[in-house]
Design a protein around this ligand. Structure first.
Ligand SMILES: Cc1ncc(COP(=O)(O)O)c(C=O)c1O
Length: 446
């Protein structure tokens, strides 16, 4: 244990002590006492696609930093970035041929919003509001917290927010019980349409293809994104896909939107884009957006110190090479399905209400009882107890809250490195099952 209360860190929890983490290797982390953990969260969360301690990417970082880490970006372009952006756009869906890099996910979303705003403004539209969804997370600056819909993270700061608009997420597990899937989808699309018509100042729709931390890997109904896109086109609104968690093979395809017909105008990327070896985020925009910006003659006012620097590009490049050379997108799909099937068997335990997700992007939702889907008393902190028990077992998990009213409801998000083998998936399953059973039996006695 390390005593954070006495360290210089601004602590998120004033009373909690944490073990000191020391090193990582593949899907494992080791703390200072030598205890070995399997990392099923992908480093809170969904960051380490290629695993810890990767030689190739570490070497690329070192080699590029020896040659050129940064340069005056207002005067020069650089070779590392040129090579990288070509590969990045090639990895993206057809029609996405322009990209720009930054330091992480929050900045990627923020800049996607700025581009969408500029796209509208340069065409003479005075629109200034984002439409996003409750039960979503898009980052931690004030403006993207505002767009996000996770009350546990945003509510404290609402006085600082401009007030973007929100509609319900597409979340079948918690749809009104009397509705069919079709009626549910219809009602969500209608809500989007009505909100846009009531608020003509809306200029973009922002959504995670599969919702990560906020809803625990909740994917949409079959035609949801196709229909959202139709409404967006009808109302001249851009669709921004937040692929910060779902990109780079996390869901068993290159990008989350690949599952649903590639309906987007701007993609936001981070996390698995560099697997954490250097802070990196990116936006990739569709040709039609780029052409409109170019035609307007208005420059994209968004340079920051670390945008488009060669060091970040070299790491992104090596990371993407590694993902492709080791077929990690396919591995995510195959081992992800294997792990999901194992998780399904956890439904034998009454508190496991739902298992969902794609590839190695999986969620488990906990409930008081499966039939009513009622939640466990939030004061019990069920998810945190499972997280703590799993840690004792040598398993790193990510316990989250907010599936019911975006502040209550327990779930866990699983996003291990995409290098995970079936044996390691078995290890995750066994340790998790023990942890859930232990916490649930204590809960029943309480
Ligand atoms: C979907 C999504 N978007 C954006 C972000 C923000 O990314 P970052 O933490 O790199 O700023 C996150 C972070 O978890 C995320 O999950």
């Amino acid at each position: 244990m390390t005593h954070l209360i006495n360290s210089q860190l601004i602590c998120a929890d004033y009373h909690k002590d944490y073990p000191m983490i020391e090193r990582g290797e593949g899907v494992y982390l080791f703390d200072k006492s030598g205890k070995k953990y399997i990392d099923a969260s992908g480093c809170t969360a969904a960051v380490t696609h290629i695993g810890h301690g990767n030689e190739e990417v570490s070497r690329a970082l070192y080699e590029q930093s020896k040659v050129l880490a940064v340069h005056p970006t207002h005067l020069f372009y650089n070779q590392a970035l040129e090579e990288y952006l070509e590969k990045l756009c090639d990895f993206a869906p057809e029609g996405f041929n322009r990209a720009w890099t930054i330091s992480g996910g929050t900045e990627a979303v923020e800049n996607a919003i700025k581009i969408a705003f500029q796209y509208q403004k340069s065409r003479g539209h005075k629109k200034n509001k984002v439409l996003a969804r409750w039960g979503s997370y898009h980052g931690n600056s004030i403006s993207v917290l505002d767009a996000g819909g996770l009350r546990v993270r945003r509510d404290y700061y609402t006085d600082l927010m401009a007030g973007h608009y929100h509609v319900a997420p597409c979340f079948s597990y918690r749809k009104p019980m009397q509705m069919t899937e079709q009626e549910y989808e219809d009602s969500l699309i209608e809500e989007i349409r009505v909100t846009i018509e009531e608020h003509p100042e809306i200029f973009c729709f922002l959504a995670e293809p599969i919702v990560g931390a906020a809803l625990g890997a909740a994917g949409p109904t079959e035609h949801y994104f196709k229909r959202v896109k139709e409404v967006c086109v009808e109302h001249d609104i851009l669709l921004i896909a937040d692929e910060v968690m779902t990109g780079f093979g996390r869901t068993g395809k290159n990008f989350g939107i690949n599952h649903y017909g590639n309906h987007a105008d701007i993609l936001c990327c981070a996390k698995g884009i560099s697997s954490g070896y250097f802070p990196l985020g990116a936006i990739i925009i569709h040709d039609h957006v780029y052409e409109a910006l170019k035609e307007s003659g208005q420059p994209f006012y968004s340079g920051q110190t670390y945008s488009c620097i060669p060091l970040a590009a070299a790491v992104g490049n090596a990371n993407l090479d590694y993902i492709k050379q080791h077929d990690l997108v396919d591995n995510s799909r195959i081992v992800g399905q294997y792990l999901k099937d194992k998780f399904e068997s956890l439904k034998e335990i009454e508190c496991v209400g739902d298992v969902r997700g794609e590839g190695l992007f999986l969620g488990i939702e906990f409930v008081q009882d499966q039939a009513s889907k009622s939640i466990i008393d939030p004061a019990y902190l069920f998810n945190k107890r499972v997280e703590a028990k799993a840690l004792e077992e040598g398993l790193i998990t990510y316990g989250c809250r907010g599936t019911v009213d975006f502040s209550r409801g327990d779930h866990m998000l699983f996003a291990p490195p995409l290098t995970l083998s079936q044996d390691e998936a078995d290890m995750i399953f066994t340790r998790l099952e023990r942890a859930i059973k232990s916490v649930y039996s204590t809960f029943l006695k309480s």
